[in-house]
Design a binder for this molecule. Structure first.
Ligand code: AMP
Length: 306
């Protein structure tokens, strides 16, 4: 089934205790569309880059069957730039610089041939732009959205407005607390559901994820990774794997969404093992399937009588 992704395409500077990378490929739409492309092809992309965006990365997108008809290239402009810094607790990070650049004046245009896409993933960007995109769509079956603390504090009203129109909201634990003004994650999820989306996924970094599906709950395990180098893009890779699998199977039941959460976690686990997009840019289906099966093995147990 057809999938449209909108979000940021970035040149990131990343600092972790293990190293630093300057102006490396990043952005929510980058991680989402690459992750989703392991499940559905083509992935339709809407976004904007400046003239400084490496041409070889555009070629890479095309190799992965990411359809760039909706990508605006502003030759005289500069690509979105983010500088993030992590400490030894890789679950929390500091945004040192956020330069919107070409995103500041971006007016997203969904190409005619993309408008009937059945699945829509609104990656982390200004919620006003997320809204402009879903308003151009013709009756999508499922809309998934993600965001970040930058927009929760900077554009909260616009974000609450977006939430009224979407089906699935993906957010990390600290952002869920900030948005809902609740310390407890279960209360936070209920409050976010009351804003609109009946399905809320709260990511807990290296501790797994919680799927709230109407009144049902699924607690997904984390994959026990020994080497985490760079968490950047983990959330987006999760979202891409999740929506990619849903679009491939065209099944939005609770049971299928549980599997989608594990596929999302699988791609995210590859993402954090290397810097930037290196962890996910060249995966095989066997690698993905093997790790998916390991997730199941690590968390399954036989029920027992007391
Ligand atoms: P994640 O680690 O999955 O939450 O997302 C990391 C990516 O988000 C980085 O590659 C950044 O380029 C991108 N990013 C950071 N801040 C913003 C923002 N305010 N709007 C859009 N994208 C952003």
């Amino acid at each position: 089934m057809s999938l449209l992704v909108v979000g940021s395409l970035a040149l990131d500077t990343i600092e972790t205790p293990f190293g630093k990378a300057e102006r490396t490929l990043g952005g929510s739409a980058t991680f989402i569309s690459v992750a989703a492309s392991y499940f559905v092809q083509p992935v339709r992309l809407v976004g904007v880059v400046g003239g400084d965006f490496p041409k070889k990365e555009l070629e890479y997108f095309e190799e992965r069957e990411i359809d760039l008809e909706g990508l605006q290239i502003i030759e005289e402009g500069k690509t979105f730039h983010w500088h993030g810094k992590y400490d030894y607790d890789l679950n929390s990070r500091e945004s040192l610089v956020t330069e919107l650049n070409v995103f500041a004046d971006f007016d997203p245009v969904v190409p005619e041939s993309f408008k009937k896409s059945r699945y829509l993933c609104l990656g982390n960007i200004n919620p006003e732009l997320q809204k402009k995109v879903f308003q151009q769509m013709e009756n999508p079956k499922l809309i998934v959205a993600d965001t970040m603390n930058f927009w929760i504090s900077g554009k909260k009203d616009a974000l609450i407005d977006v939430l009224k129109h979407i089906n699935v909201f993906i957010i990390n634990d600290s952002e869920a607390r900030e948005l809902s003004e609740e310390a407890n994650l279960f209360k936070a999820a209920k409050k976010i559901q009351s804003f609109g989306p009946k399905i809320v996924i709260i990511k807990k970094g290296e501790h797994g994820a919680l799927l709230f599906y109407e009144n049902e709950l699924f607690s997904a395990p984390a994959y026990p990774l020994e080497s985490i180098y760079d968490p950047t893009g983990a959330g987006d890779s999760f979202a891409g794997g999740f929506i990619g699998y849903i679009a491939k199977t065209d099944d939005i039941s609770f049971e299928n969404m549980k599997r989608a959460v594990i596929f999302g976690s699988t791609i995210a686990s590859f993402c954090v093992e290397k810097f930037s997009l290196e962890g996910t840019r060249d995966l095989s289906h066997i690698q993905i399937k093997d790790r998916f099966n390991e997730f199941t093995r690590f968390s399954a147990f036989e029920p027992s009588e007391l």
